[in-house]
Ligand binder design. Structure first.
Ligand SMILES: [Zn+2]
Length: 144
């Protein structure tokens, strides 16, 4: 059976298109621009009819998984910023002096800007989403 070659996703660090290469340790995907590279994979796989190794597919899939992780991490960061801003806003109601001692006016203006699109009833939902996303990410890290 011939494995089909998956399309490579852009580098998660610089956005350049990476290349599949074969180093001593095995096939891997690397970025010629910023030199980021994916893991090397097994070299013992037989060469298929079209001179393409199953290890090549593993290397490309490993690279593409990390590129997809970047989007998940960006979403997680956005949720955490939103949840943090909501928490600071709520803390300001009960501990004004502590909040103003801890954060500059610029930082508090950023907090206001990042939460002004939110409705009051959205607050619990935001906490729950950020919490669920953090738990999911923690579970994902625990698998490896
Ligand atoms: Zn790169």
């Amino acid at each position: 059976m011939t494995a089909s070659k998956p399309e490579l996703l852009p580098c998660p660090f610089c956005g350049s298109l990476p290349d599949l290469e074969h180093v001593v340790a095995g096939p891997r995907v690397s970025c010629g621009t910023c030199l980021a590279c994916g893991p090397t994979t097994d070299t013992s796989e037989a060469i298929t009819d079209d001179d393409f190794r199953a290890g090549d597919v593993q290397a490309i899939n490993a690279w593409n998984d990390r590129a997809a992780d970047k989007a998940r991490i960006a979403e997680l960061q956005r949720l955490l910023i939103e949840a943090t801003a909501v928490a600071i806003t709520m803390l300001y109601d009960s501990h004004k002096a502590d909040v103003t001692a801890e954060f500059s006016i610029d930082e508090l203006e950023q907090v206001v800007a990042s939460t002004e699109h939110l409705q009051a009833e959205a607050v619990e939902r935001i906490y729950r989403r950020a919490w669920d996303a953090a738990l999911a990410q923690q579970g994902k890290e625990g698998e490896t």
